[in-house]
Ligand binder design. Structure first.
Ligand code: NAP
Length: 249
């Protein structure tokens, strides 16, 4: 294990709380180098009762890539002994891929670009679920929270465009939902949740922010932690925004 992949919360005042989890608890964040991922790491380090935050990214784990099941399985195996983790956050994802931004119209679609969006935002997510669910506790309340996007909502799609990103986020949501149904049989107290953070200034959103009201990563993550703390375990996933509102799938 690389030292940079694990950190123990500092003694600074604890700004966050996740009182629904039994205390103390451990956390694991995938995509911890991203804007939202690093904000989750910081918030969890600042969280009352959180004894350790383990991070997984292309920086902390050499060879880790959403495109490689082997690397995902290896990262899960490496971090298993430090668990179980009462909260796992998957903050990975991409919008501009291989230098290509989202498609605005049907004529812009090409198979390779669509496949890459699915590879990262849906298949990568599924493989993370496959290998990291086992790092949740077998008994007791726990949270598996993933960064989705409102544009992945079928019913919310009034603007069109962004074909590959929208469709791959919707597919990622379905994979999460299906994993939630299955996992409820063995982990009835586990909560699965897809999260919409708002428009957060980041490498991912920078080219597309104009005209949108933005929210800082710190505020988005504080709102999401507060919202997911209140969710009940059920044999389905939830889809929520950072203000605690429910989003239709
Ligand atoms: N920012 C927003 O306004 C917004 C809005 C709605 C939803 N979201 C969602 O929130 C999540 C995080 O977004 P963000 O704004 O924090 O973006 P970001 O700063 O670009 O972070 C993305 C994270 O995903 C990782 N990643 C991307 N492709 C990968 C790959 N092939 N293999 C392994 N890791 C990979 C990145 O790793 P590296 O650091 O190594 O590149 C980084 O840790 C995404 O799922 C995004 O769709 C964001």
């Amino acid at each position: 294990m690389n030292d940079s992949s694990s950190s123990t919360p500092s003694s600074t005042p604890r700004a966050q709380r996740l009182p629904s989890l039994s205390q103390p608890f451990k956390a694991l964040v995938l995509g911890s180098t991203g804007t939202l991922g690093s904000a989750f790491v910081q918030a969890l380090q600042d969280c009352e009762g959180c004894s350790q935050v383990v991070t997984v990214s292309r920086t902390s784990h050499a060879g880790f890539a959403l495109e490689s099941e082997e690397s995902i399985a290896q990262a899960a195996a490496e971090e298993k002994s430090k668990g179980p983790y009462s909260i796992i956050v998957d903050a990975t994802g991409a919008l501009t891929i291989d230098g290509k931004g989202p498609e605005k119209r049907l004529t812009a679609l090409n198979a390779a670009q669509l496949a890459r969006a699915f590879e990262i935002n849906a298949i990568g997510r599924a493989l993370i679920l496959k290998h990291f669910i086992e790092l949740l506790p077998r008994q007791g309340r726990c949270l598996f929270a993933v960064l989705s996007a409102r544009v992945g909502s079928l019913s919310d799609n009034k603007l069109g465009g962004w074909y590959g990103y929208r469709a791959s986020k919707a597919a990622g949501n379905m994979l999460l939902q299906t994993a939630a149904v299955e996992s409820h049989r063995t982990r009835p107290d586990a909560v699965f949740v897809a999260m919409q953070p708002g428009t957060v200034p980041s490498k991912l959103s920078a080219p597309f922010q104009s005209g949108h009201t933005t929210v800082s990563a710190t505020d988005a993550v504080a709102g999401l932690l507060k919202a997911i703390n209140e969710l009940e375990a059920r044999p389905q996933a939830w889809f929520i925004d950072y203000q605690g509102g429910l989003i239709d799938w």
